[in-house]
Design a protein around this ligand. Structure first.
Ligand code: SF4
Length: 654
């Protein structure tokens, strides 16, 4: 990369110190967003919008759980009109929460809603376009004609919003880009950004600025790249710095949903991006706000509690709008083409028995005196001062402190930096060297350039952890030092939820940029906590899309359009298919948005009518209107026909 290109990456105010991006303030009812206002929390209802009482009750539960804005779907004029009833009912009960109408395909519903609620969300991929999956070659004149057509459809809504003081979110979804955008820009972060900019430019021209923007995707890499690119493009075009609404779509439920959300949303928050957060979980809507709150609370005192990162590298030396794994050489099983490795930390566990290894996915079966390994079998085990008292199974490798390392044993040493630089004996194949950002000075960089058979384990005590570790990796990147790197994070006194969210942000935020060749995550050193960290490490790798070890569920959070019980169905599908490592299954509540939203799923289970399911292979419909009672079996048949099905193995664990 040429030096002058480096300066062009300008997607946040500061990559080395916490600094919230300065955005314009947008008025949304009595709860302004952007500027120095707190990062707002929001969510979306799941009951039918025509069920006025049900909607009011659900919204109250959401507000009590922490929601500051509530979004409600308005699929047609009828639902848009009913927003007035819902609003009146809420106000009568003393709830002034700003309401947001969610619009897809129906400008007439948007125009009604904009006179009632405080904000309208439009999807630029389908506001003025019906999706036909056509690829059309546009020249400049035909493309301009399309933009003129959008303008004509969109201007009336902008005028209504201006007149009524209604805010608007231009909310792009990766899965529902228009044929026009796909034809010209493809299914890319740039396509997502352009999709919003087409509408934003019209608003700007009409001097309407009560705008919030979002770039959601269920693929965390695409999502992060699109938000960053949006900021950069707005700045390049001289547009106002509008607030950002952050979210990962169809994140799923439980731990997977939280980890995936934190990898995407947390990465952006670390760089000061984001003015409101919606965590989309396939759970009750009131379960979402506490997760969003835990994510954003981390930044309340970040700028005062963190140490400044002293580095001359003030702009990303790598393209932040594209996934590129840092080029490393292969050292044992680390780096180069190897998937990132997981190291389990057993250093504080007094007596390690064969049975204990079950918590990191290695099962000893005394009856047959054999070992088995699950998909979450750790690759390495760090045991501190003493080696494992038995032979490591299933290719598991043992790391010990260099001070206790004996070159005659089948173990690898872990050195502190000084120890390594002064050591007389090192392992011939693999040595771990633990370093922090401060330790990587010019002299160390020179020594590391010569180092062979070394994997760095990078760690930090700084509260601004991810950016400091990234700064260290950027130094290696800029100096073209190709040593593989393991990201080490250790946390104390956190709840399980906090541990999931914080580690996913800190580690996932590096992995989605292609930085990191391994993970070592620990907390209190009990077997239970070690099991949690091991599972979480694999979950983060999967959410960052760098190592797939389980089935991926892309399930929508459900809304008033949902045609079946999403939570129950997701649980049922998960129960039957969660052994299908690497297979991506989309579970979508409706056929209007579902197929688009599950963009990169291998199979789709989509509600297409009352009690009816349509099954997809990728984006292609393969079985229509399957009765709901048979749909899971039919889905499995479909997976089987493709040769992707195998029966789950019975676990024979003692
Ligand atoms: S895909 Fe799910 S969340 Fe999206 S509109 Fe349909 S039912 Fe609602």
């Amino acid at each position: 990369m040429k030096k002058e290109d480096i300066q062009t990456y300008n997607y946040c105010d500061n990559i080395n110190a916490y600094q919230r991006r300065q955005t314009v303030i947008v008025n949304i009812g009595g709860v302004p967003m952007g500027g120095d206002n707190p990062i707002r929390i929001q969510s979306m209802t799941t009951v039918d919008t025509m069920d006025t009482e049900g909607s009011i009750e659900e919204i109250i539960r959401m507000v009590e759980s922490g929601c500051e804005y509530v979004r409600i779907t308005a699929p047609s004029k009828k639902e848009a009109e009913n927003l007035q009833e819902i609003k009146d009912g809420l106000r009568a009960r003393g709830y002034n929460v700003p309401l947001v109408a969610d619009i897809h395909f129906t400008p007439n519903a948007a125009e009604v809603a904009a006179k009632i609620v405080e904000k309208v969300r439009i999807n630029p991929g389908n506001y003025a376009d019906k999706k036909k999956f056509d690829f059309i070659e546009y020249d400049d004149a035909t493309y301009q004609a399309e933009l003129d057509r959008i303008r004509e459809k969109f201007i009336p809504l902008v005028e209504i919003c201006k007149e009524h003081g209604t805010a608007m979110r231009i909310g792009t979804n990766h899965g529902s880009l228009s044929d026009r955008i796909l034809s010209r820009y493809g299914d890319t972060p740039l396509g997502m950004v352009e999709s919003a900019l087409e509408f934003l430019r019209i608003c700007d021209e009409l001097d309407y600025h009560e705008i919030v923007l979002s770039m959601k995707a269920s693929n965390t890499q695409v999502m992060v790249q699109a938000y960053r690119l949006l900021v950069q493009k707005m700045e390049e075009e001289g547009l106002k710095p509008y607030p950002l609404h952050l979210g990962v779509t169809e994140a799923g439920d439980g731990e997977d949903g939280r980890v995936k959300s934190a990898v995407g949303i947390g990465t952006l928050l670390e760089d000061g991006l984001g003015d409101t957060v919606r965590v989309s979980l396939t759970e009750a809507p009131e379960a979402e706000a506490p997760v969003a709150e835990a994510l954003i609370k981390r930044y309340d005192n970040r700028s005062t509690e963190s140490k400044s990162i002293n580095t001359p590298i003030t702009s990303s030396p790598k393209n932040p709008f594209k996934y590129e794994r840092r080029v490393t050489k292969e050292v044992a099983t680390f780096g180069d083409h190897n998937v990132p490795r997981v190291i389990a930390n057993f250093s504080q566990i007094e007596e390690i028995t064969m049975k204990n290894l079950k918590v990191i996915g290695h099962h000893y079966l005394p009856a047959t005196d054999k070992w088995a390994m699950s998909d979450h079998g750790a690759d390495y085990i760090y045991t501190g001062k003493k080696a494992l008292p038995f032979m490591a199974p299933n290719g598991l490798k043992n790391i010990v402190d260099a001070s206790s390392w004996n070159s005659t044993e089948d173990t690898y040493p872990l050195f502190e930096l000084d120890q390594y630089l002064n050591s007389e004996e090192v392992h011939q194949e693999l040595n771990f060297v633990r370093v922090s950002f401060e330790a990587i000075d010019e002299a160390t960089l020179t020594s590391l350039k010569q180092a062979e058979n070394v994997v760095l384990i990078i760690h930090t005590e700084n509260a601004h952890a991810m950016p400091e570790l990234r700064a260290l990796l950027f130094k290696l990147y800029s100096e073209e030092i190709k040593i593989p790197v393991v990201i080490e994070r250790s946390y104390e006194n956190l709840t399980d939820d906090q541990l999931q969210l914080y580690s996913s942000t800190d580690i996932g935020g590096l992995l989605i940029d292609g930085l990191g060749d391994g993970v070592m995550l620990s907390t209190t050193h009990t077997l239970e906590a070690t099991e949690f960290c091991n599972r979480l490490s694999f979950g983060i790798l999967q959410a960052a899309r760098t190592r797939m070890t389980k089935t991926e569920y892309i399930s929508c959070p459900s809304c008033g359009r949902t045609l079946f019980d999403l939570q129950e169905t997701t649980a049922m599908i998960r129960q039957r298919t969660d052994h299908l490592k690497g297979v991506k299954i989309g579970i979508m509540g409706c056929i209007v948005n579902g197929p688009g939203e599950m963009a990169d799923a291998d199979y789709g289970y989509v509600g297409s009518g009352k009690g009816k399911i349509t099954l997809y292979r990728g984006q292609e419909v393969v079985k229509r209107s399957v009765p709901e009672a048979d749909a899971v079996d039919e889905l499995i048949k479909l997976i089987d026909e493709d040769g992707n099905w195998f029966a789950p193995q019975q676990e024979v664990v003692q």
